[in-house]
Design a protein around this ligand. Structure first.
Ligand SMILES: [Zn+2]
Length: 110
């Protein structure tokens, strides 16, 4: 990938990292432990526990995406970003735009 494109993807990745960081900051407030006296009755406590579980799953996914995006930035620095990790061929730019942290080309990802 040429330098201009690498820089374009670098800024796209940095914007995405910012977005996730902001979102994670907000979500932290929503996932504080549920006080037993907040929920009225068993069912609503179950509901809030389920919602908390979903929020935690979403945080976990976002944190792993964050890690993948940071790895992608490292690959940009090393000059290996945009090359398939298996066949070493360039990954299509449209694919990278849809998934900034893609490490495999469409053929190898299948
Ligand atoms: Zn490949």
């Amino acid at each position: 990938m040429n330098k201009d494109n690498l820089e374009k993807f670098r800024s796209l990745i940095e914007v995405r990292i910012d977005e996730i960081n902001k979102k994670l900051g907000v979500d932290d407030i929503e996932t504080k432990p549920i006080a037993p006296d907040v929920a009225i009755g068993r069912l609503s406590r179950m509901d809030s526990m389920q919602m908390q579980q979903m929020a935690l799953d979403s945080i976990r996914r976002q944190k792993s995406e964050l890690q993948n995006l940071r790895n992608a930035l490292t690959r940009i620095d090393k000059g290996t970003y945009g090359n398939c990790g298996l066949c070493r061929k360039p990954i299509a730019e449209a694919r990278l735009e849809a998934q900034l942290d893609a490490v495999l080309c469409i053929n190898c990802a299948r």
